[in-house]
Ligand binder design. Structure first.
Ligand SMILES: [Zn+2]
Length: 241
């Protein structure tokens, strides 16, 4: 099993100094106002800390600032009231954020097409919520309120297990839905390509082997061996030319 880092977001960050739910209420996420920019910058730092520097979905380490996204667990397009609700925010890697957004838009378009009555306003539904929320309702904070693994309320390892090679197993329906929705089992292939690139930049064969050893805590030995063999082969072919 891979070290997942954190089980759930703890402690819950407070509103950054100089901001509050009331002062942010009604503002748009994309507005360039100082208070929104301050909130985004500070909450990102606080969430990173509470998440021990890992993505809220795949649990890979987060890299530099631009590659780390602030994720709205309940989408802000459908539920604008929770745009600045801290219990609705987490940090994720760019890959997971983009995959989740893709899933959300396919899901909600399909749902809306099926349930909207012509001439009426479109029916909104968020895939992570058990029941839809009425306007002005407090943000739900119980595990049973969610269909997906919520990084603030669920214990990750009760729902998802990650094996070496970034293989995700769902232990509950919430876990399985999250894995499917964010396409978490695509992570393994991405990481293996990155590993091949990293090893390819190492000078000698010994250095490559040392690099390969360092990867064995997250990759399966047979996958690492395959990558090393093909890197050595490529190098041999390049030298023969
Ligand atoms: Zn991720």
């Amino acid at each position: 099993m891979i070290n997942i880092g954190f089980e759930r977001i703890m402690p819950t960050p407070n509103y950054p100094h100089g901001t509050s739910a009331a002062t942010l209420s009604g503002r748009s996420w994309g507005s360039q106002s100082n208070i929104v920019n301050l909130f985004k910058a500070e909450i990102k730092i606080a969430l990173r800390k509470s998440q021990l520097g890992r993505c809220c979905f795949c649990r890979r380490l987060l890299y530099h600032d631009y590659a780390t996204h602030i994720e709205h667990f309940v989408d802000k397009d459908g539920y604008g009231d929770y745009t600045f609700e801290i219990l609705n925010l987490a940090v994720s890697c760019g890959t997971c954020n983009i995959k989740k957004n893709g899933h959300f838009s396919t899901w909600s378009t399909r749902f809306s097409r099926l349930f909207t009555v012509p001439g009426h306003s479109p029916v909104v539904r968020c895939p992570v919520l058990k029941a839809q929320l009425v306007a002005g309702a407090a943000f739900p904070n119980n595990a049973i309120d969610f269909r997906w693994v919520n990084p603030h309320v669920h214990n990750y390892s009760d729902h998802i297990e990650i094996d070496k090679g970034w293989i995700f197993h769902g232990k509950t329906r919430e876990g399985m839905r999250t894995i499917r929705g964010v396409k978490l089992n695509d992570v393994g292939a991405v990481e293996l390509r990155a590993l091949a690139e990293r090893l390819g930049t190492r000078g000698g064969r010994l250095s490559m082997l040392i690099g390969a050893f360092a990867e064995l805590d997250v990759h399966r030995a047979r996958d690492v061996a395959k990558v090393v063999v093909s890197a050595i082969k490529r190098r041999r072919e390049a030298n023969a030319r």
